[in-house]
Design a protein around this ligand. Structure first.
Ligand SMILES: NC(=O)c1ccc[n+]([C@@H]2O[C@H](COP(=O)([O-])OP(=O)(O)OC[C@H]3O[C@@H](n4cnc5c(N)ncnc54)[C@H](O)[C@@H]3O)[C@@H](O)[C@H]2O)c1
Ligand SMILES: [Zn+2]
Ligand SMILES: [Zn+2]
Length: 382
């Protein structure tokens, strides 16, 4: 089969690879019909994620058709159209039983923090991902769902991560009626978090980025006020000004460890790797939220971190909430919001790229070229 493979930082291409096989009775093999590139894939692409092995196929957002099932699979059969959450999880351990699917205890022998994620390095279990013609789906009775009637393919695809994560980010913000919510980052996760915040009662939603074309999307898609942080000496002071000098009630970090905005931090953190990543967005979140407010962190950070304003968070009495999204937990509500028309997730898709051209897709999404917000990968584009 054809599959994307990692060959080192900034080097990915499509190669011929063996079609994955059933390795456990509860596996399924899925023929991928659509995949996507996520902001999280960029951390791998940039070589920032520990133990990203040459030869790995990335891709944790995908949908497809069941090709084959193992002998114990009961919920799926050959030919079913399925959407697969980015988490690999067992569904029955202590953590899964509490809905913490992203922290499953049974799927990742290397870590006691994160569970399994498709195509996300051996730090996250070493599972090959879906930027390929076929993918092995472990625990096939647990993660995948048959795509319901009325949900279009690209919308289902976006529910496997970006939409569910943005919605989860707003949920963790614990938004009360009338709250002011500030979202750092106008990528797919930030855009969906902003739009979700209204559903949870926000009275005001502000999105911050430095890419004008994404801020434009935040205005039209998420109906948010927007600020371009590059236009202000200090975006935190500007946020104080915008909130009667109190700070926002809730701040959502949808940026993560590769934040721009402070040249020295960016260079020491992401180029020279002297820090575990750049904490700029997280620190801006801690500084922009009011005393007693909540910071919800959806942006991804590596295991070790430095220079976070933890003392300020403590002394302000903040609530910090975060996790990799337990994707499937969000689906029942999101199906309703899509069917009701509140969400049309594929409004944010800007590019549809044949798998053969995935290297260009990574380059474009990473360098934020050509107005790219969300690239969808099509394995059999013909
Ligand atoms: N928690 C989860 O389950 C989960 C799931 C998906 C993605 N993520 C993470 O969420 C983050 C966003 O993902 P995405 O797909 O939207 O990525 P993306 O790269 O498309 O978007 C990130 C945006 O942040 C902007 N940005 C950079 N520095 C900033 C700053 N200091 N302040 C404000 N904006 C800034 C960028 O210009 C960009 O538009 C990534 O870190 C990704 O790894 C986490
Ligand atoms: Zn992702
Ligand atoms: Zn589990």
């Amino acid at each position: 089969m054809r599959a994307m493979e990692y060959r080192g930082p900034y080097k990915v291409a499509v190669y011929e690879k063996d079609i994955p096989k059933i390795e456990h009775p509860n596996d399924a093999i899925v023929r991928v019909t659509l995949a996507a590139i996520c902001g999280s894939d960029l951390h791998l692409y940039h070589g920032l994620m520990p133990d990203t092995r040459v030869g790995m196929t990335f891709g944790h957002e995908f949908i497809g058709v069941v090709e084959e099932v193992g002998s114990s699979v009961q919920n799926l059969k050959r030919g079913d159209r399925v959407m697969v959450p980015f988490n690999v999880y067992c569904g029955s351990c202590y953590f899964c039983a509490r809905g913490l699917y992203s922290n499953c205890h049974n799927v990742n022998p290397n870590a006691t923090a994160v569970g399994g994620i498709y195509g996300y390095s051996h730090t996250c279990g070493g599972y090959d991902g879906g930027q390929a013609e076929f993918v092995r789906v472990p625990f096939a009775d647990v993660g995948p769902s048959i795509i319901p009637e009325g949900i279009e393919d690209e919308d289902a695809l976006l529910m496997t991560d970006a939409l569910s994560t943005g919605y989860f980010g707003a949920q963790l913000g614990d938004i009360s009626e009338g709250d002011t919510v500030v979202v750092f980052g106008a990528g797919p996760v930030g855009l969906f978090a902003a739009r979700s915040s209204w559903l949870m009662g926000a009275g005001r939603v502000i999105v911050i980025d430095h890419l004008e074309y994404r801020l434009e999307k935040a205005r039209t898609f998420a109906h948010a006020e927007t600020y371009n942080f590059a236009e202000y000496d200090d975006i935190v002071v500007e946020m104080k000004r915008a909130t009667d000098y109190l700070g926002a009630d809730v701040v959502i970090d949808a940026v993560g460890a590769e934040a721009d905005g402070n040249f020295t931090q960016h260079v020491t953190a992401t180029k020279f790797k002297l820090q575990g990543g750049s904490p700029i967005a997280l620190n801006w979140a801690i500084d922009s939220v009011r005393k007693g407010g909540t910071v919800s962190v959806m942006g991804a950070y590596g295991p070790m971190f430095s220079a976070v304003k933890f003392g300020d968070a403590m002394n302000k009495g903040l609530t910090l909430r975060m996790n990799q999204a337990p994707v499937k937990r969000q689906w029942p509500r999101l199906f309703e919001h899509i069917k009701s028309g509140y969400f049309k997730p594929n409004d944010i898709v800007t590019h549809r790229i044949p798998l053969e051209h995935i290297a260009e897709g990574y380059h474009m999404f990473s360098a934020k070229l050509d107005g790219c917000i969300k690239p969808v990968i099509v394995p059999n584009a013909g």
